[in-house]
Write a protein of this length. Structure first.
Length: 240
């Protein structure tokens, strides 16, 4: 019972830390490769623990590609669903034999004596292993972080994009711009920019609501480029 309370307490603390960090991260910069609350120092410390006293390599291998336990380097998550908090919970609680895909139990904390701070770091390192492609994805040619931040501002204000796509861009009269289901632009930055410039006639829309050129606003060329950069970004980022 005491162990369960300690696990719950750690998860609550981690959740609170992530939420506060998320709010600050949103104010600082739109883009952050690591989950809110996770630092590169944590990832590096987790690497050392994974290959040392955490004893993770005994089951997952030195390269984390799987041995008795599953591969942690691919994007196929069996239990944790790829989020940092979910990975943290699996490490804390372990995996019973009946839920293991290979029939091998994972003890709580991997059967090691790692403390709460160590667990946070191992979870950060494990998260990074399965998100290498997401973290290293480059922006399209000509797009900068400043453009993305400017595009968000224009999207929410004078571009009036939110009136059709919603304040969170998940869709209203217009389609959801945050997923990877592209109707017209096929997801590339240049195609998104072309759609904003030319608009979409009613006959080509799903809901029959036309999108005027430049969204019906008087956006400048540089503002169109910025909005296109922002729309590209929100459809290509990882929400974990």
């Amino acid at each position: 019972m005491k162990s369960r309370l300690n696990v719950t307490r750690l998860l609550l603390v981690a959740s609170g830390t992530l939420f506060v960090s998320f709010v600050h991260a949103q104010n600082r910069d739109l883009h952050d490769d690591l989950p809110p609350g996770v630092t590169m120092e944590m990832v590096e410390a987790g690497d050392v623990l994974f290959h040392g006293k955490g004893m993770c390599i005994n089951c997952h291998g030195a390269t984390a590609e799987g041995l008795l336990g599953p591969d942690l380097t691919d994007s196929e998550w069996l239990l944790a669903k790829a989020s940092y908090l979910a990975i943290l919970q699996v490490i804390l609680n372990g995996v019973p034999e009946e839920l293991s895909t290979v029939g091998v139990e994972m003890p709580a904390r991997g059967g090691s004596a790692i403390d709460n701070e160590d667990v946070l770091s191992v979870a950060a390192y494990t998260w990074s292993l399965g998100h290498t492609d997401d973290a290293s994805e480059e922006l399209p040619l000509g797009v900068t972080q400043e453009m993305i931040s400017r595009g968000r501002e224009v999207f929410e204000t004078r571009g009036d994009c939110a009136s059709c796509h919603g304040s969170d861009a998940t869709g209203d009269q217009g389609p959801d711009l945050t997923d990877d289901a592209w109707i017209h632009a096929k997801g590339s930055y240049l195609q998104i920019m072309s759609t904003i410039l030319d608009g979409v006639p009613a006959r080509k829309t799903i809901l029959g609501v036309p999108m005027p050129p430049r969204g019906g606003s008087n956006l400048t060329d540089s503002e169109v480029q910025a909005v296109a950069a922002f729309v590209w970004f929100i459809s290509h980022r990882d929400e974990d």
